[in-house]
Design a protein around this ligand. Structure first.
Ligand code: CP
Length: 310
């Protein structure tokens, strides 16, 4: 197993499959009365979050506790970061308290890579800027495999704000490694420069991509990253929420045009009524809540394999 998990591109097919297989074993624990393993007793996991999170932070906490690790939850809000303390000094302080692994979310792309050079323990990227979110890609792959039985050959359509999406980038890397075919669908303004070199097809037309899809993964329109979120700046990416929904939103009519077996995914948090309607988000075809539950099993697997010395 790797020392750090900074990018989904760091995972070869064998390692990624080992994580998914281990996560399946971990999922069995959720059905037991005592949902704990002693594996990481005496080890310390630090959740170092500089950016808001609901799913990732709590699922890493649950995962570490289910493996009997001690958990320190550090949020930049309310810490000495507000007094100007740097990431390096914060990290060295936490290391001095005996951190064996640091799970970091940061608004700056590349922050986890810097951290990995400063501290002795393992670093896990829980989302850095617009760069990567590898454990999200792992839990998404786990969800696809458990719903559809395989990953190789699956047609995965990823739709929306690819420009700002660390989830899209990590999914493209991981799904390519595991043999799935990815198509990115977005307005030209929400595709990054150089997307043509990614191992994925690119389309501007959602309707034409739906009929062959096994998976349709909707991305959140990242209002906070659209040039500071001002309405005027947002207008430079697309004319209005209504226009965006009309061209790139997943509604009931589009859901009915997908193959009967195809699933709908979203990493959360969602903008209901913008990239996805409430009816689709809450439909039986949606795996959105299931993804959150799978996130605990996948993060248990990552911690177990990285810290358990396996
Ligand atoms: N999917 C995801 O990263 O959600 P949070 O921002 O709530 O962690």
């Amino acid at each position: 197993m790797i020392t750090h998990l900074l990018s989904a591109a760091d995972l070869d097919a064998a390692t990624a499959t080992q994580v998914l297989d281990t996560a399946r074993e971990m999922a069995g624990l959720a059905d037991r009365e005592v949902k704990k393993l002693p594996t990481l007793r005496g080890r310390t996991v630090v959740n170092l979050f500089y950016e808001d999170s609901t799913r990732t932070r709590t699922s890493f906490e649950v995962a570490a506790k289910r493996l009997s690790a001690d958990v320190i939850n550090f949020s930049a809000k309310g810490s000495s970061v507000s007094k100007g303390e740097s990431l390096k000094d914060t990290a060295l302080t936490l290391q001095a308290m005996g951190a064996d692994a640091v799970v970091i979310r940061h608004m700056a792309s590349g922050a986890p890579h810097r951290l990995a050079r400063w501290i002795d323990g393992s670093v896990i990227n829980a989302g850095d800027g617009t760069h990567e979110h590898p454990t999200q890609a792992l839990l998404d792959a786990y969800t696809m495999r458990s719903r559809l039985g395989r990953l190789a050959g699956l047609q995965v359509v990823i739709v929306g704000d690819v420009l700002h999406s660390r989830v899209a980038r990590s999914n493209v890397h991981l799904l390519h490694t595991l043999g799935a075919k990815v198509t990115l669908v977005a307005p030209p303004t929400l595709l990054p420069v150089g997307v043509g070199s990614w191992p994925a097809a690119v389309s501007y037309d959602l309707d034409s991509a739906l009929s062959d899809a096994d998976v349709v993964m909707m991305l959140r329109v990242q209002r906070e990253r659209l040039a500071g979120g001002s309405v005027t700046a947002r207008d430079t990416f697309f004319p209005s929420d209504r226009e965006y929904s009309r061209r790139y939103g997943l509604d009931d009519a589009r859901l009915r045009r997908m193959p009967a077996h195809a699933i709908v995914m979203h990493p959360g948090p969602m903008n209901r009524g913008v990239e996805i309607t409430a009816e689709v988000a809450d439909s039986t075809r949606s795996t959105i809540v299931e993804q959150v539950g799978n996130g605990v099993s996948v993060r248990m697997a990552v911690l177990y394999l990285m810290l358990g010395g396996l």
